[in-house]
Write a protein that binds this ligand. Structure first.
Ligand SMILES: C[S@@+](CC[C@H](N)C(=O)[O-])C[C@H]1O[C@@H](n2cnc3c(N)ncnc32)[C@H](O)[C@@H]1O
Ligand code: SF4
Length: 385
């Protein structure tokens, strides 16, 4: 049994935001003064050069500019990066290229230029269309600006875009969560990401939780009702928080969840690469702080760590991703992606099926509704020893 190199993606982290949101634990930093966009693009390309030997000869299927707030970057910077990257790496024809966008950072003309640079998919961080909720979340835009930003993008020819919404927000009722979805549907997104607000450690919200967060039962209720609304509107759930119109799933995120490979460049970015020739799976991450990253990118000093994933840990890691997907996985995919024979997970699979958390569907193994509710318990069946 050996590792077969899976599809390859490229993740690019752009770490600055106008203002840090109180619920957010992403590697994002409030930009003070003019941001060093040009120097950061130079750093990204040097970082990419340094990682290239890990992926010689392979083709990039998807690119994702995540943040932070990538839409703070001028289109010229995105263009220079994409030109530099495509001179170094082969891009698949029609490769999906996504850019995360905060509606508080958009201006007329910018979307045309992103499109001309090669971006063909946008992901809008909208969170809610209720101005009170947006304020309590510390967002820099209101609902009108969010709608205006989406319309500008549509006018520039973007029809493949996602809207991020969060639910179980402070002061939010079920009717308000449903109304958020109705407002989103009116904009005709190809994709909706619908996240339950979590109080992440080391955030302002974790230290001082805001009043009026719906309790667990109310959160479940919102999730169930919203799932039904999304389905009725033609958005099929394909992952815990992801819903898409037919053919509009996010290819980049699907590659993560199918345990594909990805290079991660930029401050704090993580990568995972299968090295088939010596049966290794390598995780590599970069230093988090933008200032340090800018100084060190392209040298070993920028690497926060390299970690080989032991064969014993691979089943757990694989399931952590694949069991988020409604489609589940096939045993032969598990074998190709982990380099392990299928029988290594037979006892855990049987235990999952016996508990009603997993089911066989033709040649696939899929999580049941209960399995998806109890993801942590389900996935821990695949822990080593
Ligand atoms: C890295 S953010 C990128 C979007 C962009 N920076 C913005 O906020 O407009 C990706 C998405 O994760 C979600 N998210 C961030 N923090 C969260 C939290 N604590 N709980 C649930 N969802 C969260 C939000 O929906 C956010 O749009
Ligand atoms: S804009 Fe997005 S990445 Fe930046 S702090 Fe807010 S949620 Fe986090």
């Amino acid at each position: 049994m050996s590792l077969i190199p899976p599809p390859l993606s490229l993740y690019v982290h752009l770490p600055w935001c106008v203002r840090k949101c109180p619920y957010c634990d992403f590697n994002s930093h409030e930009g003070r003064g003019p941001l060093p966009f040009d120097a950061y693009v130079d750093a990204l390309l040097a970082d990419l050069d340094h990682d290239l030997p890990l992926v010689w000869g392979r083709t990039v299927q998807t690119v994702f500019f995540g943040g932070g707030t990538p839409s703070l970057f001028p289109a010229e910077a995105i263009d220079r990066f994409l030109q530099g990257a495509s001179a170094r790496l082969r891009f698949a024809p029609g490769a999906e290229i996504t850019l995360e966008t905060n509606p508080g950072t958009t201006e007329h003309g910018r979307f045309e230029s992103y499109r001309a640079a090669g971006v063909n998919r946008l992901s809008f961080g909208i969170q809610s269309f209720d101005d009170g909720c947006l304020q309590r979340l510390g967002r820099i835009h209101d609902s009108g600006e969010a709608e205006a930003a989406v319309k500008l993008a549509q006018d520039a020819g973007f029809d493949n875009f996602n809207i991020d919404l969060m639910y179980a927000l402070p002061g939010q009722s079920l009717a308000m969560a449903e109304h958020d979805l109705e407002r989103a549907f009116a904009l005709q997104p190809a994709h909706v990401s619908h996240y339950q607000l979590t109080l992440e450690p080391n955030t302002v919200f974790a230290a001082r939780p805001p009043e009026g967060i719906p309790d667990e039962d109310a959160g479940w209720d919102m999730q169930e009702h919203c799932q039904a609304l999304l389905a009725e509107a033609g958005y099929a759930q394909y992952e815990v928080s992801a819903y898409a119109r037919p053919g509009r799933q996010c290819a980049h995120n699907l590659n993560y969840w199918r345990y594909g490979d990805y290079l991660g460049i930029g401050a704090g970015a993580h990568g995972k690469i299968s090295l088939g020739h010596d049966d290794r799976i390598l995780r590599r991450w970069k230093h988090k702080h933008p200032t340090r990253y800018l100084a060190d990118a392209g040298t070993v000093a920028a690497i926060g760590g390299d970690d080989a994933i032991d064969p014993g840990r691979r089943p757990f890691e694989y399931m952590l991703n694949a069991l988020r997907l409604v489609e589940g996985f096939r045993l032969r995919d598990f074998e190709a992606r982990t380099g392990l024979p299928g029988h290594t997970i037979a006892p855990a699979l049987e235990a999952g099926i016996a508990r009603g958390w997993l089911a066989r569907q033709d040649d696939r193994i899929v999580p049941t509704d209960e399995g998806r509710r109890l993801t942590n318990d389900l996935v821990s069946l695949f822990l080593e020893g």
